[in-house]
Ligand binder design. Structure first.
Ligand SMILES: NC(=O)c1ccc[n+]([C@@H]2O[C@H](COP(=O)([O-])OP(=O)(O)OC[C@H]3O[C@@H](n4cnc5c(N)ncnc54)[C@H](O)[C@@H]3O)[C@@H](O)[C@H]2O)c1
Length: 521
């Protein structure tokens, strides 16, 4: 009890500090921090104390300060959220797709109206630059609106058969969907998973990453304001144990997960027991091939987009940059010049282009990959260091300068493994065949890119790359409606496209006999 009073006072104090130091404009996001972060049956609630669960600290990546403590949800909380979702499913799945779509379209409108508040809260959670957060939030509004529009079109088929008989198929929801997200795009993950699920008539229990718990619950409130019945979208907070309890819960019909390959594999294993449907959006080590006939400035910009957005913490990043040998020097020269101009600092400042790493642990992992790369013979031609910004309030944040490694080879650890930080490995090649073969030599297959002015070659390379998303003459763009997901160990299923609705529904076939039954018995 004493602890709780102390905790409330401390939270209020920290929020005041944060709102003074971090919020460069009037922002209501500090109020988000103080409220309960679970959302069940249409309201914010704290987890029950029955499970005596662990707590975890929510730390601002920008300042390194503890923003608040969060109690993990336990078995009782998950039972309750799943039970409520199951009850809500009965009516939500019976509502017409048009009405479901209307709720989603209204939610998109509310998001646009609250976009600055959402973006600032996303910055508080993630440490990403404000302009990136704004971009993410706008994209989420688009996605939710898109599925709102698509809901009515997701019907079955009609099949005319012999002698007047016919059959039809009906697309039905799967039931209660469990969602688990990673920390790099928290609002996007909640939106990309919930909007197609809800459009199909499912209900959902969503667990954000414990590093970024703030915005999923805001989405839940927005859905309610848009008319979503209570219990259709629930949020529970927690770490690994909470995720395990959710993915192994017998009341869950499908799991949709974004995160690392090892966790994805565990979730798939947990789902196997009850034969649950599963969508996995996992890690990557994507290749970007730059031919000497490219428009070089565009290729340099593309390589930066493929490596340095969101402090390099992007699953689809093209971190293996294969550059045709004859242009590698000029490529590096231009790349270094542009990278030097990036502005590292307070993510809430408008001109910042590199914000804070998500936390100390992740920053140390990135630095250790760079150290290892040097030991294995790579050359750090730019960056790769911890930067302490002049603003003293940021001194405990983990700011790293984007790193460019040259003289890399395919067998280096940094070239083989996902770093999840701003570390670009530049490799050289001589022929198209060689580049494609080396690009495909990976257990991952999330994304890839090619820069060339030769369109025939571009499409040939696109056809030969073993990846789920391929960019020709650009990188890391995700227009709504274009499916996103991985080949190989990078995942199962697709998000962000019309096909996604297939992953949140099942087909019922109905055969209709129009004649007497023809029976040999
Ligand atoms: N393909 C995509 O769309 C995509 C997008 C973003 C991030 N990612 C990947 O996510 C990873 C980084 O995110 P992360 O560090 O949060 O990943 P992570 O796998 O460590 O954690 C992801 C989520 O899973 C939960 N979790 C952890 N162990 C669990 C378990 N045993 N059972 C159930 N849930 C569990 C965590 O609490 C978190 O919410 C990178 O590999 C990145 O490539 C993929």
């Amino acid at each position: 009890m004493h602890y709780q009073i102390f905790f409330k006072m401390k939270t209020k104090y920290v929020c005041t500090l944060l709102s003074k130091r971090l919020m460069s404009s009037v922002s209501p996001s500090a109020t988000q921090v103080q409220q309960p972060l679970n959302y069940v049956r249409g309201q914010r609630v704290d987890p029950s104390n029955q499970d005596k669960n662990e707590r975890f600290s929510l730390i601002s990546p920008a300042t390194g300060e503890v923003i608040r403590e969060v109690q993990s949800s336990g078995g009782n909380d998950i039972d309750q959220a799943v039970d409520i979702s199951r009850k809500a499913l009965k009516s939500w799945s019976q509502i017409s797709a048009f009405e479901r779509g209307k709720v989603l379209r209204k939610a998109a409108e509310i998001i646009r109206g609250r976009s600055e508040e959402l973006a600032r809260t996303e910055v508080l959670d993630t440490g990403k630059p404000i302009w990136e957060a704004r971009y993410d939030i706008q994209g989420c509004a688009d996605t939710i609106e898109y599925y709102g529009g698509l809901a009515v079109s997701h019907n079955g088929d009609f099949m005319k058969l012999d002698n007047g008989c016919f059959a039809y198929t009906v697309r039905e929801p799967l039931g209660v969907v469990g969602g688990i997200g990673a920390w790099n795009y928290p609002f996007q993950m909640a939106s990309w998973k919930s909007s197609p699920a809800l459009a199909c008539g499912n209900t959902m229990v969503f667990k954000p990453s414990p590093l970024t718990p703030l915005t999923a619950v805001m989405l839940a409130e927005i859905y309610k304001e848009a008319g979503l019945p209570d219990g259709c979208f629930n949020v529970i907070q927690g770490e690994t144990t909470t995720g395990q309890l959710l993915s192994s819960h017998s009341g869950i019909d499908k799991m949709t997960f974004t995160g690392s390959v090892p966790t994805g594999s565990k979730i798939m294993e947990a789902c196997a027991k009850d034969i649950k449907h599963v969508t996995l959006e996992l890690g990557g080590k994507s290749p970007l091939i730059i031919f000497s006939d490219c428009q070089i400035d565009n290729a340099v910009k593309g390589a930066m987009l493929a490596n340095f957005s969101n402090q390099g913490q992007v699953c689809s990043n093209g971190t293996r940059v294969f550059v045709e040998r004859k242009i590698v020097d000029v490529f590096l020269e231009k790349l270094i010049a542009r990278t030097k101009a990036m502005v590292i600092g307070n993510p809430n400042d408008e001109n910042t282009t590199v914000g804070a790493s998500i936390n100390k642990q992740q920053a140390e992992i990135v630095l250790s990959y760079i150290k290892g790369a040097k030991q294995e013979g790579a050359n750090v031609v730019y960056g790769g260091e911890r930067i302490i910004p002049q603003d003293v309030s940021l001194k405990n944040g983990y700011y790293l300068s984007p790193c460019i490694l040259s003289d890399c080879s395919d067998d280096m650890t940094v070239v083989k493994e996902e770093v999840f930080g701003a570390v670009m490995s530049v490799l050289t090649f001589d022929t198209e065949e060689e580049a494609v073969k080396r690009a495909n030599n990976s257990e991952f297959g999330l994304a890839g890119g090619v820069f060339t002015r030769d369109l025939t070659r571009a499409h040939r390379v696109a056809g030969n790359m073993e990846v789920g998303s391929l960019y020709i003459n650009n990188y890391n763009v995700y227009p709504v409606g274009v499916p996103f997901g991985g080949y190989k160990k990078s995942g199962l299923g697709r998000e962000n496209g019309a096909d996604t609705l297939d992953y949140y529904s099942q087909i019922k076939s109905v055969y209709v006999e129009m004649n007497d039954v023809d029976c040999p018995y």
